[in-house]
Design a protein around this ligand. Structure first.
Ligand code: FE2
Length: 265
């Protein structure tokens, strides 16, 4: 069964620029990979790194090259799907060597990792923050599940099929979560939905299967459900997820930086 590192929302930029004019996300990604590299021995075997979108902040070819070079330092197979900040053409050029991607349209793919079927779905609508599962992508998922032959399945998409209650994030959420629910409900094997976009840890059930979102490596949003909640991002906490698809295996979210310790009990 597969043990996957779940990274999300790296927001890499072209050299000399910053995300939102503020964040040196390339430096934050380098620090994140440094931290992860130092913890891989403790985490144990990892079969692949799965990045659930917003690999780039500006969609530039250079930002993808930078992100890929940093991720390569982990020395692990890489899988990635686009988020709302990505640009499909540049994304395809950068990641077509990681999974079989179509030459046009949504970048949906299937990868088999250590006995687990991973289905990457493209929710990107270029030019807007919100996401959508197109008919072609929904058909792709339904067929991928039909042919999964009882293997554990991981469905990866950027926009999670949930509402956080954070108004400005829910306003750019997934348009048609109910279409995804209809397909998932017909599948009765072990299945996890892994997503990003909300730069924090959220969980819900959809069609009888768990949905989880990973923290970002560069910024976070305050869990503030008030209508007047300030709009913007925080500098942390930053983190990553890890999923073990074995029976009884966990998905967990870990901060990149731990507090002091351990202290004896
Ligand atoms: Fe993001």
């Amino acid at each position: 069964m597969a043990r996957l590192l779940h990274l999300s929302d790296l927001h890499a930029v072209a050299t000399g620029t910053r995300a939102s004019g503020v964040l040196d996300t390339n430096d934050l990604l380098r620090e994140a990979i440094d931290a992860l590299s130092g913890r891989l021995t403790a985490i144990g075997r990892i079969d692949a790194v799965l990045v659930t979108g917003d690999i780039s902040d500006d969609g530039s070819a250079e930002s993808y090259a930078i992100a890929k070079a940093q991720l390569a330092r982990l020395g692990l197979p890489l899988l990635a799907i686009p988020g709302n900040h990505d640009r499909r053409s540049a994304f395809r050029d950068a990641f077509a060597d990681t999974a079989p991607m179509p030459d046009d349209g949504p970048l949906d793919w299937i990868a088999e990792v250590a006995g687990t079927r991973i289905v990457g779905l493209d929710t990107l609508v270029e030019g807007q923050g919100g996401g959508l599962l197109r008919a072609r992508t929904l058909d792709f998922l339904a067929e991928a599940l039909d042919r999964s032959q009882g293997k554990p399945v991981v469905v990866a998409l950027h926009h999670p099929p949930l509402r956080t209650g954070i108004r400005f994030m829910d306003a750019i959420g997934l348009d048609n979560a109910e279409a995804l629910e209809g397909i998932l409900r017909r599948h009765d094997g072990p299945l996890w939905v892994l997503a990003g976009h909300v730069h924090g840890v959220y969980h819900c059930m959809l069609g009888g299967h768990p949905v989880v979102t990973a923290p970002s490596t560069c910024s976070a949003f305050v869990f503030d459900q008030r209508e007047e909640a300030p709009v913007g991002f925080m500098l942390g906490p930053l983190g990553f997820g890890m999923l073990d698809t074995a029976p009884g295996g966990v998905w967990t979210a870990c901060p990149l930086v731990m507090a002091d310790g351990p202290y004896g009990f």
